[in-house]
Design a protein around this ligand. Structure first.
Ligand SMILES: Nc1ncnc2c1ncn2[C@@H]1O[C@H](COP(=O)(O)OP(=O)(O)OP(=O)(O)O)[C@@H](O)[C@H]1O
Ligand SMILES: [Mg+2]
Length: 364
């Protein structure tokens, strides 16, 4: 992960023939699974606007009806696909979710045509048609969401919090590079609840992107439900009067990841004090100065100060906030792109003096 983002052969081909990418998105065949899961005893893992997501134990038969084995799309990692394999099934809670789920299955199928997708995106196994409305079957991420980790990390020593932050920062910046530059995909709803964590035998938990319900291939028309993101993770231009600027872009993804990572540094949403007031929240987001808002919260300022001390103890250069500030510029033309962000992060993290990594001893 300390190497600069790689450019797989597939991506090089796509650079020569840009039209291939959108063709992939429209023609990749979604894997259909014809089984009916019993969710009566299933554990609820989480829910969102469109769905309830349940844990589904290893399936009785590990074959879909089409005869294709239920394996993740590419060579699994020992840490994430162990013997006690579990699935997560995303079921619709709204009648109008069918089209949204089909679109999510399509974009995930497109993303999974690229080799390194399982490093950065929670593996998708197929669209279940045996449920009253179609459901989506995923590999289960067993360590909760970045949102839950953020909450539980408040009791950790700052050394462990910094280890976690840097680990997640590198994975997510490289993951965004993969989505943007390899899969040509705009996620459009990056936030801590849409980043899932999987435990690992020998390392810190692995963070990967989930919830592609509003995602689309760049240069194609976003689906009608795109753009309904969560205000506090939206880029300032998305709230302007100009309707064209509200459409998610690579640059608004960069901003949303910047706010997500700033939330980790602060231990909470930078706009915490405004979350109950939609009007003031929108005005604050439009001002494009999330870091100043965050530093007005004494608990956030104190946590960032502690992390800064730990950063300096490891001989980190400059202010730790500079790792995210480049993504949080108000004007989108001033923001970094994913490649430049990866290079900046890798250079700064690569210079840190090594410390013994210790177990976290936490559960989400
Ligand atoms: N593969 C998974 N493993 C474990 N938990 C999961 C998995 N997929 C989803 N979840 C849980 O379910 C929640 C909702 O899933 P998801 O974000 O995909 O749904 P949604 O309805 O599209 O959400 P949103 O309101 O953000 O649009 C997640 O925040 C997470 O807590
Ligand atoms: Mg979600």
């Amino acid at each position: 992960m300390l190497t600069p983002p790689s450019t797989p052969a597939r991506a090089k081909l796509d650079d020569q023939f840009p039209s291939r990418r959108s063709l992939d998105a429209s023609h990749s065949r979604v894997q259909e699974l014809h089984f009916t899961p019993d969710l009566s005893q299933a554990q609820l893992l989480g829910e969102g606007v469109w769905s309830k997501v349940y844990s589904s134990p290893a399936l009785p038969s590990r074959q879909s009806e089409s005869g294709r084995p239920l394996t993740p799309p590419s060579t699994p990692h020992r840490s994430t696909f162990g013997s006690s394999e579990q699935y997560a099934i995303k079921t619709a809670t709204r009648s109008d979710a069918t089209g949204v789920f089909q679109a999510e299955a399509q974009i995930l199928t497109h993303i999974q045509t690229y080799e390194s997708s399982s490093d950065y995106v929670v593996p998708f196994l197929g669209l279940c048609t045996g449920t009253p409305t179609p459901s989506l079957l995923f590999q289960r991420a067993d360590f909760g969401t970045l949102e839950s980790l953020l909450e539980s990390s408040s009791n950790l020593p700052s050394s462990s919090t910094l280890d976690l932050f840097l680990h997640v920062l590198q994975r997510l910046t490289h993951g965004l590079y993969f989505l943007h530059n390899t899969a040509n995909t705009i996620h459009a709803d990056i936030k801590p609840a849409n980043i899932l964590l999987s435990s690992s035998y020998d390392s810190l938990p692995t963070a990967r992107y989930a919830d592609f319900s509003t995602s689309f291939v760049a240069d194609t028309t976003p689906s009608s439900h795109s753009g309904g993101g969560t205000y506090s993770f939206m880029a300032p231009e998305q709230l302007s009067r100009d309707a064209d600027l509200s459409i998610p872009t690579f640059s608004s993804d960069i901003y949303a990841l910047g706010i997500t990572l700033l939330s980790f540094l602060c231990g909470g949403n930078p706009f915490e004090s405004l979350l109950n007031n939609g009007f003031r929240l929108r005005e604050a987001v439009k001002m494009g100065d999330a870091m100043s808002w965050a530093m007005q919260e004494p608990a956030f300022e104190a946590r960032v100060e502690q992390l800064q001390k730990e950063w300096q103890r490891r001989r980190g250069e400059g202010n730790i906030l500079s790792l995210v500030a480049c993504a949080l510029r108000k004007k989108r033309e001033d923001r970094v792109d994913a490649g430049a962000w990866c290079r900046k992060v890798d250079a700064l993290v690569g210079k840190l003096s090594k410390v013994e990594s210790v177990g976290l001893g936490i559960r989400c």
